[in-house]
Design a protein around this ligand. Structure first.
Ligand SMILES: Nc1ncnc2c1ncn2[C@@H]1O[C@H](COP(=O)(O)OP(=O)(O)O)[C@@H](O)[C@H]1O
Ligand SMILES: [Mg+2]
Length: 495
């Protein structure tokens, strides 16, 4: 049972069955139809032929006045011939239903009551019948024996047309044994043909089913090769549109995997490089101290301060990395609560004011309305900190940074605009990448890791919000963040 179900689930079996069954059915139907047709035709031909003979004989009967005088030798001979020709029996019946002649010689003088005979007597030619009795293997036919009426007239009651009178009926049954025999032979031949067709069809179906499913097997093998790691070449199977679709889909998957792999590798390379840079500086500083024999305390202090700076930087990178990795996990990691966004922004800016003062940048905040939203307070404060910090750091002397907050019924919008150095056109698409900095040395000088915007963007996306940037080199930059006021995914952990 299980193996049957297994077999039937195979495309090959199904194609095989479809071809095989269709072929068998149609060949059986054709053969059956041909045989039936042959039988019908043979019976028709026989009937027609016998009818003609009967008609001729009927005329002879009339001209020889056989009905009145059934001892005519020639007519009797003709009747006997007819009956032996068709291996049948001929009855001549007169208009009082009396059997005048029976070629079997057993019913002469008796009266026959038969619907066909009476009908034929009444209606003449229109009443002639023929009936094929398949079961018993004979055809029974009636033909009227008609006399063309003489001018003096006579029996008017039996007149069918104006001048024809039915004088009697000829009833003949002919054996259909020859037809049945031929049919039997044909059937035997058909059986043999059927068996040959069956064998050929079987082989053909197996072959076609195999051919049709071959591309699919090839594709499975190709995919398995990739899975096993023998190759990572794209696969190609264009035999059918379907297999081409599968190939294309698989290749796209392969490409995505490759891209993911590449970016992971690039990330690891970047991380290593970024972590190594402060290390190298520390080593150079320490080496130069140990290389000199007599180092003044002042120099020691100087170098140590530098070393501490490098260690702080290393720390900063590691912290940012951890932050990023932590956020890469899940949206459910959000700690959603009702947060006063105005207050949050003001607090962040208060913390950044010393930095702004140091960089000689004017920092202002403007809010169109009071905004509360369902957000993760810590992550959102990180977003605002990063944006405002960047705006301050990548600014000019006597520059300014404007922060505005607004909201509609669905989103709140935070805009951070500055009068800074701007972002070059070709860097725009990279600024959210990890470790990307437009000006590496400047960012390093200011203490950036290149991770700030990557973290910011991830945090915004976790809130199902959006972040946009417009910038003009040497003029300034505007970052716009839009966050939904109601956090849909976090509904369940609301109290
Ligand atoms: N407001 C801005 N004005 C000019 N450039 C900016 C601004 N914000 C970000 N950038 C550019 O995008 C880069 C990436 O920013 P970020 O990811 O925060 O890294 P970091 O600040 O650590 O350098 C920065 O190095 C800087 O070149
Ligand atoms: Mg930054």
């Amino acid at each position: 049972m299980k193996i049957l179900r297994y077999l039937f689930r195979s495309l090959r079996t199904r194609i095989f069955l479809a071809i095989f069954i269709t072929g068998i059915l149609s060949s059986v139907i054709i053969l059956y139809a041909t045989l039936t047709n042959y039988e019908e035709r043979a019976v028709n031909v026989n009937t027609l032929e016998a009818k003609t003979q009967m008609r001729i004989l009927a005329n002879h009967l009339i001209t020889n006045n056989y009905l009145q005088d059934p001892n005519s030798g020639t007519i009797s001979g003709e009747l006997d011939m007819l009956s032996s020709l068709y291996d049948g029996r001929v009855l001549i019946i007169d208009d009082s239903l009396r059997i005048v002649r029976d070629t079997y010689g057993i019913a002469e003088g008796k009266t026959i009551i038969s619907r066909e005979v009476i009908q034929c007597l009444k209606k003449g030619d229109a009443g002639a019948t023929s009936r094929y009795d398949r079961q018993n293997g004979y055809i029974e036919m009636t033909t009227p024996i008609m006399e063309t009426k003489s001018l003096e007239g006579g029996d008017v009651t039996r007149a069918v047309s104006q001048d024809q009178v039915v004088r009697g009926v000829m009833l003949i049954s002919i054996s259909t044994e020859p037809i049945t025999n031929t049919l039997r032979i044909l059937q035997r031949k058909a059986m043999i043909i059927e068996i040959i067709i069956l064998a050929v069809l079987f082989g053909l179906s197996v072959l076609i089913a195999d051919l049709v499913t071959r591309p699919f097997n090839r594709i499975t093998r190709a995919i398995n090769d990739v899975k096993a790691g023998y190759t990572n070449q794209p696969i190609r199977e264009n035999a059918y549109m379907e297999t081409e679709h599968i190939s294309n889909a698989f290749n796209q998957l392969l490409l995505r995997e490759k891209a993911l792999d590449d970016s992971r590798q690039a990330f690891v390379a970047n991380v290593s490089h970024e972590l190594k840079t402060p290390m190298t500086s520390i080593k150079v500083l320490a080496d130069s101290l140990t290389a000199q024999g007599d180092v003044p305390v002042e120099l020691y202090r100087d170098f140590m301060t530098d070393i501490t700076k490098e260690i702080d930087r290393e720390n900063q990178i590691i912290n940012d990395l951890l932050e990023l990795v932590k956020m890469d996990k899940q949206v459910s990691a959000l700690g959603i609560s009702q947060v006063d966004v105005n207050l949050l922004t003001e607090n962040v800016m208060k913390r950044l004011r010393p930095l702004a003062r140091r960089m000689d940048v004017e920092l202002t905040f403007e809010s169109a309305r009071q905004v509360t939203a369902e957000i993760d307070e810590i992550k959102m404060s990180m977003v605002i900190t990063n944006l405002v910090e960047n705006a301050i750091k990548y600014n000019k002397e006597h520059g300014w940074v404007h922060v505005t907050l607004d909201a509609d019924h669905q989103y709140f919008t935070l805009e951070v605009s500055d009068s800074g150095v701007g972002i070059p056109e070709d860097s725009m698409e990279h600024i959210y990448e990890r470790f990307y900095r437009v000006d590496k040395s400047r960012s390093r000088e200011i203490g950036g890791t290149g991770l700030g915007l990557a973290i910011t963007r991830t945090a915004v996306l976790m809130h199902r919000g959006s972040i946009d940037v417009r910038s003009r080199e040497e003029e300034g930059t505007v970052f716009t963040v839009r966050i939904p006021l109601i956090h849909l995914a976090g509904k369940e952990d609301k109290t």
